[in-house]
Design a protein around this ligand. Structure first.
Ligand code: M6R
Length: 620
């Protein structure tokens, strides 16, 4: 969470900082702020709310300077307020910094600093870091052996960082050392963009697009010492790591809205294309299997796997559940799907032949990264199914599979889910063909996958039906989502989509579990969404649906085209094309995404920036 930007160069820094903050707003939008150095002063503007509100106050009261930092906040310590907004000031204003992460020992450090006379104005953990750097600077200068220069500033930052327990990405300005930007990280990503006579800083590469195509990802415990003309890396252990420059490949058009009103809607409608991207080059007709360039595992190792752990959070975890059904069905390998936030602290028994997949859109989710590292530490092959090229998880994994879905901007994950499911289908095909699946079965699956982009195009035509249903139910305060087998994870995902963007309480359940408790919630104002395409146990799902109707609960059914029987039972039906059971999540998740979107719109919610959330959860 939280976005960081920084600039040092010949131009006024404000333009880059503001544009960068707009691009990083998905990481948090509780408040935004900038600090710019000008001669021997640092001007600060910060404001609760969106980056546009910050832009407004800066228009009325501009600040000059060609060296600056900026921040967009997702509150962890201290409510969203002007005072708690970043940047924060240390000492008597000689240090100004922004921070992403959580300082776990902040209260201990704050007490120590208070005892030394430092005055705290905010309720944040970050202000501790600002005063700590100022204190370390003071100690170094007072000792008389150090001049107040860049080297001393770097030492002060590193000495402060060494006392912090938790995670941090820090960008620091020094009032009395103009033109210097120092950045350091532990657990929270930072990337430096190299320009001609200028340097850029950001917490991910998106603000750098259009400014430079040369980037350097900072590693944990590294400090970047940045001026307009120079950029050096320093490790906290005193060494100077080599600078590894990578090419930034992305066009800014990827994140533009085009004809759509919201990113979420645009991303829902991109799915025929994104599924095609996930399949491209990965279907091997000759061998009737799937192939991946980046797994970095030889066939022997893949054949020897006796257990798979899929881990992730939120929507990515739901995709993992679909993956469990797919892999166990096609390859007969036992699969566990673990919440990354649990796995990182659990110690489940895992054999030498257990393989881990971290599933993540952003590649920056703190819990998923930590779970992956924990598994790596134990020596397991740890792979990523990831969308964001160059993200922390993509870089740290032993290998992996990219989704190639393009940037997902809407906080509600949509196209990443279907791409994750597509990739997991390919993976189960690959593992299945090494074990139990026959050549004709492999060929059949390939044919069906190839048809999927068109099927999704057809599915999206349900939007008009969805709009009618949304109009009827958007005032409801509770929803149930019910499905069985492959559609149970879809029920969970549908409920999550509705909760996060429309603030309606929604629960996803296996349809048959309902009678073990949730059926008590059924009443005339609580709609149940039944995900009920034709499948092996369709009659059983129908019985569950009857149970709801018998209790006068309204039913919205997601059903296969031509299913007239369900229309007699359900109050409303949204029709989708019929596909094989194992491909149903790709199809049935679409009307649920659209339903959540449309209900949120009718309730006047901000679908792309729902309250309390951030796109990328980079704190624990
Ligand atoms: O970037 P990741 O896939 O690791 O993110 C995981 C979750 O934070 C994410 O899926 C979240 O649940 C979404 N807001 C759901 O729409």
């Amino acid at each position: 969470m939280c976005g960081i930007v920084g600039y040092v160069g010949p131009k006024p820094a404000f333009g880059y900082l503001l544009e960068g903050l707009f691009r990083l707003e998905y990481r948090g939008y509780d408040s935004a702020g900038v600090a710019l150095q000008y001669e021997k002063t640092i001007g600060i503007r910060k404001k609760t709310g969106r980056v546009s509100q910050l832009a407004e106050i800066c228009k009325q009261n501009p600040i000059p300077g060609s060296c600056g930092i900026g921040h967009t906040r997702w509150a962890t310590h201290g409510e969203p307020s002007d005072l708690n907004s970043h940047p924060h000031t240390g000492g008597n204003g000689e240090v100004v910094l922004v921070h992403n992460g959580v300082i776990e020992n902040y209260s201990l450090l704050r007490d120590r600093l208070r005892a030394l006379g430092y005055v705290f104005l905010s309720a944040t953990d970050t202000e501790v870091a600002a005063h700590l750097v100022a204190y370390q600077l003071q100690v170094a200068v007072d000792a008389g052996t150090n001049p107040l220069d860049a080297k001393t500033c770097v030492q002060a930052v590193e000495a402060a960082a060494a006392q912090i327990k938790g995670t941090y990405g820090l960008a620091v300005l020094f009032r009395d050392v103009p033109g210097l930007l120092v950045a350091t990280r532990l657990g929270s990503p930072l990337v430096v963009g190299i320009g001609r006579g200028e340097h850029f800083l950001a917490s991910d590469a998106s603000p750098l697009v259009g400014n430079t195509d040369q980037i350097v990802y900072l590693k944990d415990h590294e400090t970047a010492v940045i001026t307009a003309d120079s950029f050096v890396l320093h490790h906290h252990d005193g060494t100077a790591p080599a600078v590894s420059i990578q090419a930034l490949v992305q066009t800014s058009r990827d994140t533009e809205l085009g004809e759509f009103e919201h990113h979420m809607l645009k991303e829902i409608f991109e799915q025929p294309q994104t599924i095609e991207n996930a399949l491209r080059g990965r279907l091997d007709d000759e061998e009737a299997t799937a192939k991946f360039g980046g797994l970095n595992l030889d066939p022997q190792t893949l054949r020897a796997i006796d257990r798979i752990v899929l881990t992730g959070c939120g929507t990515s975890w739901h995709a993992g559940l679909v993956g469990e059904y797919l892999i166990e069905g096609f390859a007969r390998i036992p699969v566990e799907v673990e919440y990354a936030s649990e796995l990182r602290y659990r110690n489940p028994p895992m054999s030498d032949r257990t393989m881990i997949f971290a599933i993540t859109q952003s590649g920056e989710t703190a819990d998923t990264l930590a779970a992956m590292r924990e598994c790596k530490r134990k020596g397991h092959p740890t792979l990523a199914i990831c969308n964001t090229v160059g993200s922390s998880i993509a870089r740290e994994a032993d290998g992996g599979i990219y989704l190639h879905a393009g940037p997902e901007v809407g906080v509600a994950s949509t196209k990443a889910f279907t791409s994750q499911v597509t990739v997991l289908t390919l993976l189960s095909l690959l593992l299945g063909r090494m074990r139990h699946l026959s050549y004709p079965e492999g060929t059949k699956i390939i044919g069906q996958l190839r048809a999927m982009p068109d099927t999704i195009r057809q599915t999206l035509k349900c939007f008009d039906q969805v709009k009618q249903v949304a109009r009827k139910y958007y005032t409801a305060e509770n929803f149930l989502y019910l499905g069985r087998l492959f559609n149970f994870p879809v029920a969970l995902e549908g409920a999550l989509k509705l909760k996060e963007i429309s603030y309606i309480h929604a629960e996803g359940y296996p349809a048959a579990e309902m009678k073990h408790g949730p059926i008590a919630l059924i009443e005339k104002d609580t709609p149940s969404v039944f995900i009920a395409p034709r499948c092996e146990i369709y009659p059983k799902v129908m019985s569950n649906l009857e149970e709801v109707k018998a209790r006068r609960g309204p039913v919205i059914a997601i059903a296969c085209e031509g299913d007239t029987k369900i229309a007699e039972l359900a109050d409303d039906v949204i029709y989708v094309p019929e596909v094989e059971e194992y491909l149903q999540p790709l199809v049935t998740s679409i009307p649920l995404q659209l339903l959540a979107y449309q209900i949120a719109i009718l309730r006047g919610c901000n679908v792309d920036r729902p309250r309390n959330l951030a796109k990328s959860v980079t704190v624990e």
